[in-house]
Unconditional design. Structure first.
Ligand code: ZN
Length: 132
């Protein structure tokens, strides 16, 4: 793992959350992106060397919809940047972590991503991501 690439925050209204986080951080989001495969709309804020990713569900089948229903809006995942996602997935599997996908998939912000099941990471949804 190289760094904390971003923190993911589940929101129920992206427009309102964008305004709130712009006020909080003193800077506007720099990008909005829909990830159709995940049924989410995302926006990104730069904060120093890392980022905040806001995630709004675009369909009821979205994991973000389920998350908010179950646990309410708020911090959803922590994403670690890695240099070689396949090697890292292999290492984490060897270490006994449960991966939620067996191949890297296309995520937001031009990344390949893989998620780890929170039950294997002390309750924290962990994403690892690599620049494509
Ligand atoms: Zn993320």
């Amino acid at each position: 793992m190289q760094k904390i690439e971003h923190l993911g925050i589940a929101v129920d209204n992206l427009e309102e959350a964008n305004a709130l986080f712009a006020k909080l951080l003193g800077a506007s989001h720099y990008k909005i992106e829909e990830v159709d495969s995940e049924k989410v709309a995302t926006s990104f804020f730069k904060i120093g060397d890392t980022k905040i990713e806001l995630l709004e569900a675009t369909a009821e089948t979205s994991a973000i919809h389920g998350f908010i229903k179950k646990r309410g809006k708020g911090i959803h995942h922590i994403a670690f940047g890695v240099a070689d996602i396949e090697a890292e997935m292999e290492r984490l599997t060897q270490e006994g972590f449960e991966l939620l996908n067996d191949k890297p998939k296309a995520g937001a912000d031009g990344k390949l991503v893989c998620f780890l099941h929170p039950k294997s990471t002390g309750g924290v949804l962990v994403e690892i991501c690599q620049d494509k």
